[in-house]
Design a protein around this ligand. Structure first.
Ligand SMILES: NC(=O)c1ccc[n+]([C@@H]2O[C@H](COP(=O)([O-])OP(=O)(O)OC[C@H]3O[C@@H](n4cnc5c(N)ncnc54)[C@H](OP(=O)(O)O)[C@@H]3O)[C@@H](O)[C@H]2O)c1
Length: 241
């Protein structure tokens, strides 16, 4: 299958790309960081993966849709790229930063999803969300609320798609010791809110509440294969693994 992974060159997105490539899918990977994209392309190709990479900033509402339209055919879109957003009391953080998080996490996800639906005859769209979009996540409200909005968007669009063979699912990959959560555990954080979050995250990790990255990527691969299509509109979490 041809699978597009936004933000697929780094961290969790890269782990997704690795497992999908190993399963023989044809990959299209996007991100903003050209160097990381080039490195991912070289390394995945060395493993025999059919992959191509494109710079596409999710903050530009035309970039990813234009790429998707140019592909002509797409089976699966994995909307993985996202920002962690500003940290601190909501009324104190930079408002532009707060809204930029929505531009990427919500608008970027929605515009890519819409373009994929217009292009696809059948397939699936997987919107990578977070437990932060289900439960409160104080001091990280742009991230939390943007992910909650993606979960609700997914529920609605799945109903609109019910007469077409296209599934749309939310996927919470769990707390994984890469990317956002790995940086979130940083012991050297100076800012008091970041320090509190880091302490909490390290406790979660120490108590075994993190999901191993292989397990998280393995479950994503099962969603990509269509195993969860019957739950279109719903949220898949590590407990489904
Ligand atoms: N790590 C976790 O434990 C965890 C837990 C729950 C949910 N998640 C979700 O999993 C996904 C990946 O998280 P992560 O931890 O790997 O985060 P990360 O380390 O911050 O990586 C974010 C990815 O998104 C891409 N990205 C960010 N802004 C972008 C933009 N404007 N346009 C295009 N690509 C953009 C980045 O690539 P460039 O820098 O090249 O743009 C990078 O590949 C996110 O949706 C996150 O919410 C992660």
């Amino acid at each position: 299958m041809r699978v597009l992974v936004t933000g697929g060159a780094k961290e969790l997105g890269r782990a997704f790309a690795e497992v999908l490539g190993a399963q023989g899918h044809e990959l299209v990977i996007t991100g903003r960081d050209e160097k990381a994209l080039d490195a991912a392309e070289t390394e995945l190709k060395a493993k025999g993966v059919d992959v191509r990479t494109h710079v596409a900033d999710l903050a530009d509402p035309h970039a990813t849709p234009k790429l998707i339209e140019s592909l002509g055919h797409l089976d699966v879109l994995v909307n993985n790229g996202a920002l962690g957003g500003p940290v601190g009391p909501t009324w104190e953080v930079d408002e532009d930063d707060w809204w930029r998080t929505f531009e990427v996490n919500l608008r970027g996800t929605a515009t890519a999803m819409n373009a994929a639906i217009r292009t696809m005859t059948s397939g699936r769209i997987i919107n990578v969300v977070s437990n932060a979009g289900v439960h409160r996540w104080p001091y990280v409200t742009a991230y939390s609320v943007s992910k909650a909005a993606v979960i609700k968007l997914t529920e609605n669009v799945a109903v609109e798609l019910k007469r077409r063979p296209i599934a749309v699912l939310s996927y919470d990959p769990g707390m994984v010791d890469v990317g956002l959560m790995h940086r979130g555990c940083d012991e050297s954080a100076q800012d008091p809110e970041l320090r509190k979050i880091a302490q909490w995250a390290r406790t979660q990790r120490a108590q075994g509440r993190f999901t191993p990255v292989e397990q998280s990527a393995g479950l994503l691969a099962r969603i990509v294969s269509g195993e969860f299509d019957h739950r279109s509109g719903g949220l898949v979490t590590p407990s489904d693994g």
